[in-house]
Design a protein around this ligand. Structure first.
Ligand code: MV4
Length: 441
């Protein structure tokens, strides 16, 4: 096992990784920007290095400064967390070339799954079901011609870079022209897919060691998204029978094997609500924000697994040993104002009290006095709860969110409480359009 690991991230995920390091007896090295000198992750680490100014391109994305910090601190490995450099194949390669271990898949794998064109081609070869798609589109005329072939509705997607990036749904040629005019085809390559309406976003957690052993830890239901950002996730999905779980799990393993996947990752699918058919979407080669709900129902610590696998340990869990207990829900607590169209709400947290109890887990990157910076992601904490049933988990989440008190900034806690009261949500009738259809009118 590693002696020392550098965490190339900030906020709640840096805190989460520091915890896993300490539990495994590993020293945790933090990096920080000018404005993060007093941040929680810096205080909890064993040592910390200043890597640049507030602007992430000069600090948390500064590969040279981060690798230098890792060398100076004599770290054995770098954990990239999520976001920032986590899906940057060049960074993974630079880390490896510097004689350090990158805690994640191999650079070639990151490269391959990061390009949706290449990934779709690989998955087609592997026999995964997929929505009809196009080659990269050249211009508006080309887009309309291709859309006609595929048939409306279509969704315009960037070839590289996944979650959170701009995607546009078009029901006809005029909507498509509108979408094409909103993007810059000269700087970003886009392609079209048949849009699967009435769908659920189902993703499967994968764990693979460096020796070809690979298992899945079941699915997460991530249909509740706003502007391509997930806000509430649950595991398991209330829409899957044991047979469907087995089927999508096997598809995910097949997808991961075909790109020689190692470490932890997620295979995203859309599930057609009407037919129950699964469509491969993408592979996310990183630990995800919502990993904790899988930990809650399987009892497997995914960040520890990442470190153990990266250090060369073989997987010690067999597929048949994986069991699923109860139901878990995560609510992301973003420093945003739902009454101002979810405008980020930076500032100092003047008062902070977080919920607790045997069914509640809080992964937070802040405490009383913390300054929520305008420069970075607005996710400041995650509330993760468990219940024996989905209904119980909803109840526990309502209680936990009602206890959570954060003063000085706006958060989306009350928005979550509204979702949790919604009869459609409570009945499990959710899909990718839920927030848009039911919560924002
Ligand atoms: C889709 C789709 C429907 N049809 N692709 C969004 C995140 C990204 N990884 C995949 N996403 C989607 N891709 C096809 N061909 C629906 C989504 C989607 C979604 C779209 C609009 C609004 C909310 C959404 C929530 C989850 C998934």
């Amino acid at each position: 096992m590693f002696k020392r690991v550098l965490i190339a991230n900030r906020g709640e995920i840096a805190v989460r990784i520091i915890r896993a390091c300490h539990e495994l007896g590993i020293e945790a090295i933090a990096v920080y920007s000018d404005v993060d000198a007093d941040a929680l992750h810096v205080q909890l680490a064993d040592r910390a290095y200043l890597i640049g100014p507030a602007d992430a391109t000069e600090s948390y994305l500064n590969t040279e400064a981060i690798i230098t910090a890792a060398k100076v601190s004599q770290a054995d490995a770098i954990h990239p967390g999520y976001g920032f450099l986590s899906e940057n194949a060049d960074f993974a390669e630079k880390v490896t070339n510097a004689g350090l271990v990158f805690v994640g898949p191999r650079a070639e794998t990151i490269q391959k799954v990061g390009n949706k064109d290449a990934a779709r081609e690989a998955m087609k070869q592997a026999g995964l079901p997929m929505a009809l798609g196009s080659d990269p589109i050249q211009d508006a005329t080309d887009a309309c011609r291709v859309a006609k072939e595929i048939g409306y509705p279509v969704i315009l997607k960037p070839v590289s870079g996944g979650g959170g990036k701009s995607m546009f749904i078009a029901n006809n040629a005029s909507e498509l022209l509108n979408a094409v005019n909103k993007v810059d085809l000269t700087t970003t390559v886009f392609y079209l897919e048949k849009y699967i309406a009435d769908a659920r976003h189902i993703e499967v957690q994968i764990v693979a060691d460096n020796y070809g052993h690979i298992i899945h830890l079941g699915e997460r239901e991530c249909s509740l998204q706003r502007r391509n950002q997930k806000i509430l996730e649950e595991a398991p999905s209330s829409a899957l029978s044991p047979e469907m779980r087995q089927k999508v799990g096997a598809l995910a393993i097949r997808a991961a094997k075909s790109v020689h996947y190692t470490n932890v990752g997620t295979v995203e699918f859309l599930m057609d609500k009407n037919t129950g058919d699964f469509y491969f979407m993408e592979i996310n080669p990183r630990i995800q924000v919502e990993h904790a709900i899988t930990e809650m129902i399987t009892g497997i610590d995914l960040v520890r697994k990442q470190l153990r696998i990266a250090s060369g340990e073989p997987l010690n869990v067999k597929q048949e040993d994986v069991t699923f207990t109860g139901h878990a829900i995560e609510c992301r607590i973003n420093a945003e104002d739902p009454t101002q169209n979810f405008l980020p709400s930076p500032g100092q947290i003047s008062f902070y009290y977080q919920p607790g109890g045997p069914k509640v887990r809080i992964d937070s990157g802040v405490c009383a006095g913390s300054i929520v910076q305008p420069y970075y992601d607005s996710l400041i904490a995650k509330v993760i709860v468990r219940g024996r049933t989905r209904g119980e988990a909803i109840k526990v989440m309502q209680c936990a969110l009602s206890e959570f008190r954060i003063d000085g900034i706006k958060t989306i806690i009350d928005f979550h409480l509204d979702v949790l009261k919604d009869p459609y949500f409570c009945s499990g009738d959710i899909d990718t359009q839920f927030i848009y259809k039911r919560m924002i009118s």
